[in-house]
Write a protein that binds this ligand. Structure first.
Ligand SMILES: Nc1ncnc2c1ncn2[C@@H]1O[C@H](COP(=O)(O)OP(=O)(O)OP(=O)(O)O)[C@@H](O)[C@H]1O
Ligand SMILES: [Mg+2]
Length: 274
């Protein structure tokens, strides 16, 4: 009986996240140049300098405009990353959205799991995934293939020269708009995406909207349930599609798609970062 209990305990332990014990928390806190106890208080100095974290075994491998990303020290680094915000308050807001429990619960298959965050969200510990190494068009082709038919783009859309990613972005933005504001059917501006320049020549916009309706409806039928899940996430959390690009997406070990930078911004922050 004792033996059974022991092996059961071992089994439970295997599933525990013991690799990021409190010693990691302490190492991160020690690297806050504002000093312990100052978290959440305005500070002129940079929080969590790279040199300090690297000295404690965190390995920097990613850098964005708002967050620096490190593999955790030792073997934990295979599975977890630390995302540290810059001094810009927007970075904390991004860490906060990525750690949102509701979002994680509802859309767990689409985002890396977040395990831990500091009280003020200046850092989070997140599941490590594989950043996408191909182009924008290649990830659309792999995960949202309905948008990747170049012949279709050339012969059936308003811009025959647009890229697969641009087609995905423009249509997705309008689909979200239709969900939020109500689909106006034949009057929806989404329809215009499906009228070629020749077809639309000399026509008014309301005529183009009507002309593109049938084709738009047919196209929507080709969208996968997976794309619709992604659209649900994007609609609920106001994802900015211009930021759903190769550097912000990736895969899990099973090759499934994840968004590793959720691309949610406060109002007024745009593609230039401000
Ligand atoms: N969970 C993760 N697993 C593996 N790599 C990651 C993870 N999160 C981020 N990265 C890597 O670190 C980089 C920077 O992270 P992230 O995109 O979250 O920062 P950001 O400052 O919000 O970026 P942006 O400049 O796009 O706003 C990513 O482009 C990616 O290469
Ligand atoms: Mg990014």
């Amino acid at each position: 009986m004792k033996l059974l209990f022991e092996s059961w305990r071992k089994f439970l332990k295997e599933d525990e996240q013991e690799e990021f014990s409190s010693k990691f928390d302490q190492a991160i806190i020690d690297c806050d140049e504002c000093g312990n106890g100052m978290i959440g208080v305005e500070c002129e100095k940079p929080h969590y300098s790279s040199g300090c974290l690297e000295g404690k075994g965190f390995k920097k491998f990613g850098e964005g405009s708002f967050r620096n990303v490190y593999a955790l020290p030792g073997s934990a680094g295979k599975h977890y990353v630390l995302k540290v915000g810059t001094a810009d308050p927007v970075s904390k807001m991004m860490n906060k959205v990525e750690s949102d429990t509701d979002m994680q619960r509802k859309f767990g298959e689409l985002v890396p799991k977040t395990y831990k965050h500091s009280e003020d969200y200046s850092w989070i510990v997140m599941e490590r995934v594989y950043p996408w190494e191909g182009s924008n068009d290649q990830f659309i082709q792999a995960f949202f293939p309905a948008f990747a038919d170049k012949e279709y783009i050339k012969e059936k859309t308003y811009d025959p020269h647009q890229s697969v990613w641009e087609f995905f972005k423009d249509v997705s933005e309008k689909i979200v708009e239709n969900i939020k504001e109500g689909d106006e059917g034949k009057d929806s501006s989404l329809n215009i995406e499906f009228v070629t320049p020749e077809e639309g020549k000399g026509k008014k916009n309301w005529q183009r909207r009507e002309m593109g309706y049938e084709r738009r409806v047919e196209f929507e039928k080709t969208l996968s349930p997976f794309y619709k899940r992604f659209i649900d996430l994007a609609t609920e959390y106001n994802i900015e599609f211009w930021d759903i690009v190769a550097r912000n997406v990736g895969t899990r070990a099973d090759d499934s798609f994840v968004i590793l930078d959720l691309s949610v911004f406060p109002e007024g922050v745009n593609a230039s970062g401000r």
